[in-house]
Design a protein around this ligand. Sequence first.
Ligand SMILES: *Cc1c(COP(=O)(O)O)cnc(C)c1O
Length: 401
Amino acid sequence: MQKTVDNPKKGLTIRKLPKIWLSSPHMGGGEQAYVKQAFDTNWVAPLGPNVNAFEERIVKHTDCGHAAVLNSGTAALHLALIMLGVGRDDYVICQTFTFAASANPIRYLGAVPVFVDSESETWNICPQAVEDAIKGCLAGTNGSRAKLPKAIVCVDLYGMPAKLHELRELAQKYGIPLVEDAAEALGSTYGGKHCGTFGDIGIFSFNGNKIITTSGGGALVSKNEHYANRARFLATQAREDFSHYEHQEIGYNYRMSNISAGIGRGQMDVLDERVAQRRHNFQFYRNALERYDGVEFIDEPNGSFSNRWLSTMLIRPELTGGVTREDIRVSLLSENIESRPFWKPMHLQPVFSRMPYAGGTVARHLFDLGLCLPSGSNLREEDLDRVIRGIRKVLEAKRNS
Ligand SMILES: *Cc1c(COP(=O)(O)O)cnc(C)c1O
């Protein structure tokens, strides 16, 4: 399936292979029936049978207790922090190695994120550094008033479960609620329990690039029914139960539409399959590339099961003969293959440069060395082969030179 593309600048015709995306939506086929149902019954609204059924499916699949589906994972995090009472100048401990959406809602509320480094086994927030950060907040060494953080936000990055038992114990020891950002980890488990269910509140995302998608959406989950109910209430403009519109609190318009939820129902039918496909991608890359010096893949620690949302690898230039992850990324791009550096840690982001930080250089090093490979569940073996050939070419060119 080669496309020919005219290149007017050079006056020649170049052959261009089809684009391989980092992570693109993958419909299962059943989604349209649920969406059609919504049209046929005129439930084209941010409520309806698909919304309820999608919530039930999430609860059944993950054993999370209760679920409220919303219009994004970011909205779910925002509501989680509101319900935990986070306000102006409060501290919220947050994993630094993550996507900005984990941290932004802390700032929506005027609170101060205290960013914390990762440990090298799972790349997620380091429990020891969390304890140091809590002590720092209690001692007032961050330049602000001494006080207990209002919440801890941990992340299961790229689908890899964080050290969730240790984090939960810490949270309990200090009496700080834990919010588990499992936006990337639907279908991952830790000690046999689903990611998203370890904190007081968990969140999922169904954005277009996630393991399943509703084109845009998220969920707030909790064993505590009060949180799910209150999230639904706040997400529908905090409208009180009156015949007229009565408001005693500030509300939000965060509910998921019945159309999106129809897509979500169809996607839940294929979630297990999607996890298996993404894990296959990872193993395929690993088998083909691990033999190269300086190329590393991350193991699942005992008891962890990652959905391998994104296939990731580390490239150590001191061992590859100087090849960096950027060399590989740029070369793949020239072959119409999308790959991406790891998330840039939040404490290194200009927008958060004045926020406190606890830890060392683990996250920074991961950012320097890490590359996310094309990871969609819709990739064919020939696509994976193309990626591998592209990477080998760069690794072997340097070795032979
Ligand atoms: C995608 C993502 C979010 C936000 O989810 P949206 O649905 O895009 O708002 C939050 N945290 C992490 C780690 C994510 O990857």
